[in-house]
Write a protein that binds this ligand. Structure first.
Ligand SMILES: Cc1cc2nc3c(=O)[nH]c(=O)nc-3n(C[C@H](O)[C@H](O)[C@H](O)COP(=O)(O)OP(=O)(O)OC[C@H]3O[C@@H](n4cnc5c(N)ncnc54)[C@H](O)[C@@H]3O)c2cc1C
Length: 489
């Protein structure tokens, strides 16, 4: 019998089973929490309704990066002549693309289950909700139930794609990232609602597989929280690849069915416009999975937006109940859900850690990547922080030239009156990897000159930090005006 089934097949009990820790929702932070606490000798149960390891390895980070890599391979085929390799023709087999991803996911699931067995944490496949303080009832696949009471409970049920109340959308069978990552056909024309993280990554990948793609966003810019130069660089990247971008667009109504024919009517600049496609992907925000948890029975309050209310130590309004990851309103990244676990772990083992002031690095896995840590120029201006700006094109990176991947730039904000690095943005090949070197310098409190003067291996992409920090910075002082703040060079 499958070990998951065997652990799920326990008969219904009247008295709750006692655990040191019950975890509701099995995402990455939860998984590492389970293995760690169990490894420390605690009795741990994880309740997960569908995915071994949660979203990241099954339907989010890793599958999307897997598919994006196949799309990158397709561009290498397209560019083969540029590299001196003759190629007459090639075809993209989306079911082959999907199989590579599926095989990776199976491998990850196996690895996760092996760790559950090794650490002794119990993985229970079923849907959970509270029935009493620190007590969760799990409904197993066959309909039987188990009740689990934890000395402590961690809630980590994540978020899901939001489907706005747009006329026609509910019946349009729109794809979310889950279905889009399972496509075994190349959409003839994919309409994407949402020009944020998920929408932008998926748009580029699908375009590279050969789909015509139109991205629709209500903001003035794609990835609108980034600095204007970054948004502009992204826009021109996508447009150069042939993606249509429709901004400042308010969706009025949707008709048709994704997979057949779809029309999206948008209002843009006072007039209506109809966008026609074959498939529709919705990537316009996330909503927390809290409605079905009966949190009130456990004394756990929600915020106005439906997230689990937590303090800076990630404890909820109910003693002994903690929340981590996206459902706790934390920044929506896997590494943050893991750090959330570390905070709860510290707080349950005699420490006192808080979420305040921690670094939140992130990377958008377009090709080239966009990675950032610390302050952007916009944020520095909003907070009235003067800074020196170092900025160089990726062309100054000699390794990037060897790869013929010179699009983009590196920029860093350094405090005006000392040499502390305030923020770093990389838009370029392997930006996420370059970022890590700057992050380590920031953790160590090193001045930017330490990177400028370091002996870095040649030719590597990280070596590009030397020309960055050797370049002449421009000074930016913040000029406050009534209500608005502008950064003036
Ligand atoms: C397409 C996409 C790409 C992404 N790429 C990246 C990336 O490259 N890097 C990055 O850092 N982040 C990325 N993210 C974000 C990242 O996936 C999440 O931030 C991360 O997985 C942490 O999620 P979590 O642990 O809070 O929730 P999840 O991993 O979603 O875990 C919550 C789990 O709870 C389960 N659950 C919910 N309700 C119940 C219930 N009642 N009973 C039992 N189980 C329940 C769900 O099935 C789910 O498995 C991406 C997200 C998306 C959508």
């Amino acid at each position: 019998m499958n070990p998951i089934e065997s652990s799920s097949a326990t008969a219904k009990t009247t008295q709750p089973e006692e655990f040191d820790l019950v975890i509701l929702g099995g995402g990455t932070g939860s998984t590492i929490a389970a293995w760690t606490f169990a490894g420390e000798g605690k009795r741990v149960a994880v309740v997960e309704r569908k995915y071994i390891g949660g979203s990241c390895p099954n339907i989010a980070c890793l599958p999307s990066k897997n598919i994006i890599h196949s799309a990158k391979v397709a561009t290498y085929f397209r560019r083969s002549k540029e590299f001196g390799i003759a190629l007459k023709d090639f075809t993209i087999d989306m079911s082959g693309v999907r199989n590579r991803k599926r095989n990776m996911v199976i491998g990850l699931n196996d690895m996760y289950m092996e760790n559950y067995w090794k650490t002794g944490a119990e993985f229970i496949l079923g849907s959970g909700r509270f029935v009493a303080p620190r007590t969760v009832e799990v409904t197993l696949a066959g309909g039987t139930t188990r009740q689990l009471r934890g000395t402590n409970v961690i809630v980590s049920t994540g978020t899901r794609a939001a489907l706005e109340a747009i006329p026609g959308l509910a019946g349009a069978r729109a794809l979310t990232h889950i279905e889009a990552l399972e496509l075994d056909e190349i959409p003839e024309h994919l309409l994407v609602i949402g020009g944020g993280y998920v929408g932008v990554e998926m748009s580029q990948a699908m375009r590279r597989f050969g789909s015509k793609v139109t991205v629709i966003d209500r903001s003035e810019r794609l990835m609108s929280k980034e600095d204007p130069d970054v948004c502009e660089a992204l826009r021109s990247l996508l447009e150069d690849e042939g993606i249509d971008i429709v901004l400042n667009a308010r969706i009025q109504r949707v008709s048709g069915k994704s997979g057949q024919s779809i029309s999206v009517v948008v209002e843009q600049g006072g007039s209506e416009k109809t966008l026609q496609g074959t498939h529709l992907l919705v990537a316009a925000g996330r909503i927390p999975n809290t409605e079905e948890l009966a949190l009130e029975r456990a004394g756990v309050e929600r915020t106005g937006r439906g997230y689990v209310k937590v303090d800076e130590r990630l404890e909820t309004t109910a003693p002994g109940v903690w929340a981590i990851g996206e459902v706790a309103g934390s920044p929506q990244f896997t590494h943050i859900s893991v750090d959330d676990f570390r905070i709860v772990h510290a707080n349950l083992t005699g420490g006192n850690r808080r979420t305040t002031g921690r670094q939140v690095p992130y990377c958008l896995f377009t090709d080239p990547e966009l990675a950032r840590i610390g302050l952007s120029e916009t944020e520095a201006a909003a907070q009235g922080i003067p800074y020196r700006l170092f900025k160089v094109p990726m062309e100054s990176n000699l390794r990037a030239r060897t790869l013929s991947e010179t699009r983009g730039f590196l920029k860093a904000l350094v405090e005006a009156n000392n040499d502390r690095i305030l923020g770093f943005t990389a838009f370029g090949v392997a930006a996420g990897e370059i970022l890590a070197a700057v992050q380590v310098a920031m953790i160590a409190g090193l001045p930017y000159t330490a990177l400028r003067d370091a002996v870095l291996t040649h030719p590597t992409l990280v070596e590009g930090l030397i020309p960055l920090f050797s370049s002449a910075p421009s000074a930016h002082n913040v000029v406050e005006t009534s209500g608005a703040q502008i950064s003036a060079a």
